[in-house]
Design a protein around this ligand. Sequence first.
Ligand SMILES: [Zn+2]
Length: 358
Amino acid sequence: MGEKIMVNIKIIQGGREIGGNCIRIEDKDRILVFDQGIRFSIFRRFFTRNIEPLGIPELRELRIIPSEKVFEDIDSIYITHFHLDHLGLLQNLPVKTKIKVPSIRIFNLFEKWFRFSSSWLKYVPPRYSIQIDEVSLMKSDENNVMAIPVKHSVYPSYGYIYFGSDETIFYTGDFRLTSILDEQYDLKLYESTMIEYFEDNRDIRIDSLIVEGTNFGQITTPMDIRIIRTLIKNMLDEMIIIAVHPLEFELILLMIMELKKLGKNIVIACERLAEILDEYAKQLPEIQRELENTFILIDMVTKGVIFNSIDVSSIEDDPSRYAIIVDIKRIINYLRLFDIEKFSLGSPIIMLTSEPFE
Ligand SMILES: [Zn+2]
């Protein structure tokens, strides 16, 4: 006679598609949801820059976000990282839902960025009745869920182990096996990841493994660090502009370190980027040291606790001394600030993204 199976895993979204993950796990006396992402593969079929979703109900109807039923009777939602194909639209959640996020401080930044957005991104922040907590790192929480760090372009990112009544489940979220940073920094950001955890805890038995396979293999863009170095070395006589997504923390850090080694002064010209780097610096002393001599561009950025400030005209006096890091989506705005006449021909722009973004 077979025993009654207690744990039931439902892959609601993300099964045969890239991102948009949502997994519901029903156990004896507990129901949990892992990620509740936006399915951009469907989103792109219906919407453009000019055609916006009419609201949460329409997005539900088109199955771009999970239906209300997915959240029925749940104890908590666990978010692996802040990409929108995993975090999703929190305004979709029923009142009093509990949600666990990788970092409250980074979450608060997100909340602020999107709360007053004039586009559909205003649905990202939750309603006020939602309870937000930080995940429990490397130890089991009240729902028997444990967060384990994984390497991904967004920092921090976690996978989750759920120690269920008759089954142990591991959900990786997005992850990559190799890092773009050199070992010295890699170790500071990730003292231990899921790889080391399972090597050190060989007695842990995982009954069900849910793997997000999107990020397997080599990093395709950007180029690897040797190519980036060669490129930059050929551009040292010019002001260099690096355009990145503000969430691409590893990539930004890598560029800052490389450009500093080559004698460039680093200028952060993006408010969101300045805010997020500030947060990381408060949490990680090594990052703070790395950012000590960087500047914010006061023509574009109003605050930044750890940065010195500089204005456009000072950069124009000797552009080749500077490397400017800007938000990839707003690059034209930055270029308009500068008087083109003062530059020699061909200030290079390096546009970097380690994965597609919405
Ligand atoms: Zn991701």
